[in-house]
Design a binder for this molecule. Structure first.
Ligand code: 5AD
Ligand code: SF4
Length: 441
């Protein structure tokens, strides 16, 4: 139970891995400012939501959540909205939810200590809305790592690509990379904490440009993989425009770099890609895929797709389906187009009815399931190294991950399971379209 003078906070995170890691940094900052993290809203003096606005549904979830907890304001609690909805809606949040005292986008988190002091002094309309002006990155040595098996490092913040559907360039500010020196220092700190897996993060992680000019993105991958103690390096999300062949060569030459590339294509139609301002054609994209497929290692591929973009015809959609068959991804994240504030696509008529979007989404997911089925069953009989992520001995299984980023559920009969982050060798005994089943060898 919190005492009257104790500063406590509850933080809930919505959205992507960038947000999950931002929250780790925010938690570290709050602790440094003397706050203690608690598990429930009831126990907390300060309630924070780190929000996502990538699609309308994500944004609505935040406002519903704020509404649910309105009554807590009367109990003297303070509210803060962080992240993408905060940046997007700005001061309008104070009108919609007058009990909110703090609104801050991710580009302003470095000012959190100052904003917290103002909050403690009783101010009720505190904003950190840097928009696209700031060149600064948010780096802190106090990151409170919440993920027990994976250490995240943001290497590049913001986005300058302005794909016509995407809100990120408006919510996360302009593109800015950290120095490779500071990235490598953080990688060493992560290894010292006992982590063996690092995931490099950025909206367009491979657009990374070292401000010190010491290394390219591919070289940075290699150097992070050479940090003593590090056994697995992942990175997300890559943009096809900046995907270079040396990334594939680096993965081929360095087994610590995981054999998996997430390369969002969004659509298989040249016409739709043009309207999306993706600045590549399907052929150009498929050339990058051919590089990945020509590697000596078997590199797994995954992607993001948007269905029902304004003006997407049946024929455009069929081209996306054909691209799935051609590439043979191991995992696809597919979304119905959602019109977002400020984005260039907002002027295009969101012409596809929701039922049609749903129909296309379902058809795509069904097709992808059938593509994955034989590709997962190919692993049966194989012995591979996996890392434990979630222990669930009660269900007789533990959830692990392969270097290729495939989920491998390992049969486990003993009462005590190996800790998250430990490695084991397993033989694959069965497969599902989205996961593998294995037993310890
Ligand atoms: N509508 C639907 N999906 C979107 N994404 C980004 N913006 C939108 C939008 N307005 C998807 C893209 C991106 C992923 C993170 O979210 O596929 O790669
Ligand atoms: Fe959502 Fe994009 Fe913000 Fe991540 S960066 S939380 S995906 S809007």
């Amino acid at each position: 139970m919190a005492t009257a003078t104790e500063k406590t906070f509850y933080l809930e995170t919505f959205g992507c891995q960038m947000n999950a890691h931002d929250s780790e940094k925010v938690i570290g900052t709050l602790r440094q400012e003397g706050y203690r993290q608690v598990e429930t809203e009831d126990e907390a003096g300060l309630i924070l939501y780190n929000t996502c606005s990538i699609r309308d549904k994500a944004e609505q979830k935040v406002f519903h959540r704020l509404n649910d907890y309105k009554a807590l304001h009367k109990a003297g609690k303070r509210f803060g909205v962080l992240g993408c909805v905060a940046q997007q809606e700005g001061e309008k949040i104070f009108e919609r939810a007058p009990y909110v005292s703090l609104v801050s986008g991710s580009a302003s988190y470095r000012k959190l200590p100052e904003m917290l002091s103002r909050l403690e002094a009783g101010e009720t309309r505190i904003t950190g809305l840097d928009d696209r002006q700031t060149d600064e990155t948010f780096e802190t040595e106090f990151t409170a790592r919440q993920n027990p098996y994976r250490g995240y490092i943001t290497i590049i913040e913001g986005c300058d690509k302005f794909c016509s559907y995407c809100v990120v360039p408006f919510t996360r500010g302009k593109e800015r990379s950290r120095t490779s020196t500071s990235v490598l220092e953080e990688a060493k700190r992560i290894a010292d904490l006992g982590y063996t897996e690092i995931q490099l993060l950025g909206q367009n992680v491979n657009s990374y440009r070292d401000p010190e000019g010491k290394c390219s993105f591919a070289e940075l991958l290699v150097r992070v993989g050479q940090v003593p103690g590090i056994r697995r390096v992942r990175f997300t999300t890559s943009h096809p425009r900046d995907f270079t062949r040396d990334i594939v060569e680096a993965i081929d030459a360095h087994p610590t770099l995981c054999d998996h590339v997430h390369l969002p294509v969004q659509s298989g139609s040249a016409r739709v890609l043009k309207a999306m301002a993706r600045e590549y054609t399907p052929e150009w994209y498929l050339e990058r895929i051919a590089w990945v497929k020509s590697a000596k290692r078997s590199i797994s591929l995954s992607t993001d797709i948007i269905v029902g973009f304004p003006g997407e015809t049946d024929d455009d959609f069929i081209q996306t389906m054909d691209l799935l068959a051609q590439v043979q991804y191991d995992c696809v994240f597919a979304f119905k187009y959602s019109a977002r504030p400020n984005t260039p696509a907002l002027v295009m008529i969101d012409s596809i009815p929701d039922v049609e979007k749903s129909k296309r989404l379902q058809a795509l997911l069904d097709r992808q399931r059938e593509i994955q089925r034989p590709n997962y069953s190919k692993h049966i009989g194989e012995v591979m190294e996996v890392m434990v992520e979630v222990q669930n001995p009660a269900r007789g299984q533990i959830s692990t991950r392969s270097s290729q980023n495939k989920t491998v559920n390992v049969t486990w009969a003993q009462p005590i399971a190996p800790a998250p982050g430990s490695y084991m060798r397993v033989r694959i005994t069965a497969s599902h379209p989205n996961s593998l089943i294995g037993e310890v060898v």
